[in-house]
Structure formats: structure tokens, C-alpha cells
Design a protein around this ligand. Structure first.
Ligand SMILES: [Zn+2]
Length: 271
């Protein structure tokens, strides 16, 4: 006999991602309770939780951190088996948290050559660089100073997982961060990139689009926490409550050389 005994729907306001389209539910099959997950997101989701069990044994222990692949229904997380058939049972999930991405990926492919985030023939100066003191403390993020409306190009192939483009306000204070317009793209190695401060209605791509490196994806702007028109660019791995940001190599000039970009330098793209 098989029936659904509980269903938990997660539409969590996880940091940076608004809601996450993910749910878990138990089904009873014979004498076991099986915990399944549906991940409707376009990238993996990592789910971490604890179990409080009475007279049950979990196939994955009581502290669980598991990665559910993108667009996957009925992914088996664990099985609960009754220990003593004559005794009462109970189970409870606590401290549940989830976020986008595979949080178990640790190693970025540092040999990957990223493209500069603008069109061939253009050149822009980096204002604030990696670990900059204005707003990049302990963050590997880059600010490309560029006029509002500049075409932003994808730095790597990927799939668009989030677009925010409805904001029009901005200011030079942290409190304006909630007005950041952005495009977030998931890469095949498990990393993400966020293109931030794009102008109102400035997204050229939509969620679910597959993009190629060099493809136009948005128009730059000055929305959110911003001291002037620029593109804030950050490559990162998502962890449960924060991001691990990454310094990457970019192809510069004619595309035959690669380098890590530095503040106050101007980089041209002729490829
Ligand atoms: Zn920035």
C-alpha cells in the first residue's frame, strides 16, 4: 500500500533568490516512509536538515545535506525504517534550510577563460576590484564603469536562473541594495555569475534561456546600491547562507591572452 502522508512545500525567501520552487514529501511504501523531493528549479538545490526520530532508523543518518538535481521530480532523499514493530513511532524534520546550487562543489576550474562582459570593440575601466574597500570587502567582485544602456554580454555559457529588472531606484548606501536589478546565470561547473545594477526593464534574456558566452544579455544601469553607472560582476559558488566568490581569468585584448583583472585598469575586448 502506498500513500502520501505528508507534504512540505518550500517557497522560502532564501537570501538573494526570492522564492525557491522546491518541495519535499513522504510516501509510505510497505513498511518504510520514503522522503522525496521535487526540484522545479533550473539548477540544483541543496537541502540541509536534521531528523528527530522515535523508533525509526534513517538510511542517511540524522544530519542530512543533499543535492537534488535541476528539474527533478520524486528524487529519493532517504528511507525511514521502523526498528521495533511493536513500539510507537514518530519523526520530525527540524532546522531545514535550502538554497540554490550544489553546495558540495568546492573546486572551481581556474583554467577556464572567461570573456569580458561587453561587446567586441569596447573598452572599460575597472573601478572597484576584488576585495575593494567601498563595497567588496572579502568579495571577489569587479565593477566595470560604463554608461547606462551599455550592452552587457555573457562571460560564459549557462542557463538564466533569476532576472530582476523592475527597480528604478538607486543610491550610494547599503539600504538601496534591495533595488538591485540583476541577471543570475548558472554555469555547467556548478558556479553562478551575477550581473548587477542593470537598468529598469534592461534584461534581454529571461529565466530559462540558455546563453552562450558573448551573447547580449542586458543593458547596464545604476540601480540599487551604486555610486554611479557601472556593472557589478561576481562569479560565485552558493553556500547555505552566503556565497563563496571566485577570482577568474578573463581573455583580454585580441583574446590570445588571459589575466586576472585589477582595479583602475582599462581592459579592451577585440575578439
Ligand atoms: Zn561592485
Amino acid at each position: 500500500m502506498k500513500y502520501i502522508i505528508i507534504c512540505i512545500l518550500f517557497l522560502c525567501p532564501a537570501k538573494n533568490y526570492a522564492q525557491i520552487d522546491f518541495k519535499t514529501y513522504y510516501e509510505r511504501v510497505d513498511n518504510e516512509n520514503i522522503l522525496f523531493a521535487d526540484n522545479n528549479e533550473l539548477c540544483p538545490v541543496t537541502y540541509k536538515f536534521s531528523l528527530v526520530l522515535k523508533n525509526y532508523k534513517s538510511s542517511k543518518g540524522k544530519e542530512v545535506e543533499i543535492v537534488i538535481p535541476a528539474k527533478t521530480k520524486k528524487f529519493e532523499i532517504l528511507k525511514l525504517s521502523r526498528i521495533n514493530p511493536k513500539k510507537a513511532t514518530s519523526y520530525k524534520t527540524k532546522n531545514g534550510f535550502l538554497n540554490l546550487g550544489n553546495h558540495l562543489v568546492e573546486k572551481h576550474d581556474d583554467s577556464y577563460q572567461y570573456q569580458l562582459p561587453f561587446k567586441k570593440g569596447a573598452a572599460f575601466k575597472i573601478g572597484q576590484g576584488y576585495n575593494g574597500t567601498i563595497s567588496h570587502h572579502n568579495k571577489k567582485a569587479l565593477d566595470f564603469n560604463m554608461p547606462i544602456g551599455t550592452k552587457i554580454c555573457a562571460i560564459r555559457d549557462g542557463i538564466v536562473v533569476r532576472v530582476v529588472e523592475t527597480n528604478y531606484r538607486g543610491c550610494a548606501k547599503r539600504e538601496c541594495m534591495k533595488f538591485n536589478n540583476k541577471v543570475i546565470i548558472y554555469h555547467s561547473d556548478g558556479s553562478f555569475v551575477e550581473y548587477t545594477h542593470i537598468k529598469k526593464n534592461g534584461a534581454i534574456v529571461t529565466v530559462g534561456d540558455t546563453v552562450k558566452a558573448g551573447q547580449e544579455i542586458a543593458l547596464s544601469g545604476n540601480t540599487g546600491w551604486s555610486t554611479g553607472p557601472h556593472l557589478h560582476l561576481v562569479v560565485f559558488y552558493q553556500k547555505m547562507k552566503k556565497r563563496k566568490t571566485i577570482a577568474t581569468n578573463f581573455l583580454t585584448n585580441d583574446g590570445k591572452q588571459q589575466e586576472v583583472l585589477s582595479a583602475k585598469k582599462t581592459y579592451s575586448k577585440n575578439y
